[in-house]
Ligand binder design. Structure first.
Ligand SMILES: [Zn+2]
Length: 258
């Protein structure tokens, strides 16, 4: 394993000064219900493993990357009818991320990768990047997710689901097998809007999750496996590591990344 590791929580102040990171990974988890079979920490657990794995792989290739602690409470307004769908407000979330990114810039970071493990954050992270694009005194910011896995690895999932389905069950079987309730794995129901035009994915709205996935997880989970989870996470980690290496090695320029 390369030293320093790049994992912020594991390093000392001397490690950090030696590494002098120019790239930061900010992993976004979430704590919210994922149905009867999976833990509330599902998004946080899988994102934490993915972020640290990608960081270690990038460090092995010489990237000066630091991985922040995975944020466990993000956006869940659409889940508020479920208990303990932990959330902060959209404006709070944008302010918090802005503060973290400003501090990273002050500490020498010039490129930030937000690793988003929770779909409820997508639009707001987009708005954050758009907001920061108005300024010169912040790092370059980009965002990705487990969607960085290869098409071959992603195709192992036989029953795609937006929340708590085969993919997330497979991740948990790999990263936290002790927390998966195998006797509760099921084909969980999914609701849809009664207005036909609102089922067109070209029309976007915030879906009330208690109606969209009534048991707080949706879709067929019973084809999930630790092997699938491992293949997808390892594939995504390898591709994210390459992105981190590119971000770290590219010279600074006024028109970066062009
Ligand atoms: Zn999830």
């Amino acid at each position: 394993m390369p030293e320093p590791s790049g994992i912020l929580e594991e390093m000392t102040i001397d490690d950090l000064r030696e590494l002098a990171p120019n790239v930061a990974v900010i992993p976004l988890g979430s704590t919210e219900p994922h149905g009867p079979a999976l833990p509330l920490g599902t998004d946080t657990f899988q994102t934490d493993v993915l972020a640290k794995r990608a960081t270690r792989l990038a460090r092995e290739r010489g990237a000066r990357v630091v991985c922040y602690p995975t944020l466990p409470i993000t956006l869940n307004n659409n889940c508020r009818k479920f208990p303990f769908a932990c959330r902060v407000g959209v404006r709070t979330f944008m302010s918090m991320l802005t503060d973290i990114i400003e501090q990273a810039y002050a500490d020498g970071v010039r490129r930030v990768l937000i690793l988003n493990g929770h779909g409820g954050n997508n639009e707001t992270v987009g708005a954050l990047m758009r907001d920061l694009a108005a300024r010169d005194d912040v790092p370059f910011v980009c965002v990705t997710s487990g969607g960085m896995a290869s098409p071959e690895a992603s195709a192992m999932i036989e029953h795609p689901s937006e929340h708590g389905g085969e993919r997330e069950a497979s991740y948990q079987m790999y990263v936290r097998p002790d927390l998966v309730r195998h006797d509760k794995l099921a084909d969980n129901p999914r609701g849809q809007a009664t207005l036909p035009s609102l089922r067109n994915p070209a029309v976007q709205f915030v879906r009330p999750w208690h109606a969209h996935v009534p048991v707080s997880a949706g879709g067929e989970q019973r084809k999930a496996s630790a092997e699938k989870g491992k293949a997808i996470i390892e594939s995504a980690a390898a591709n994210i590591a390459t992105l981190l290496v590119e971000l770290s090695e590219a010279p600074e320029s006024a028109d970066f990344p062009y």
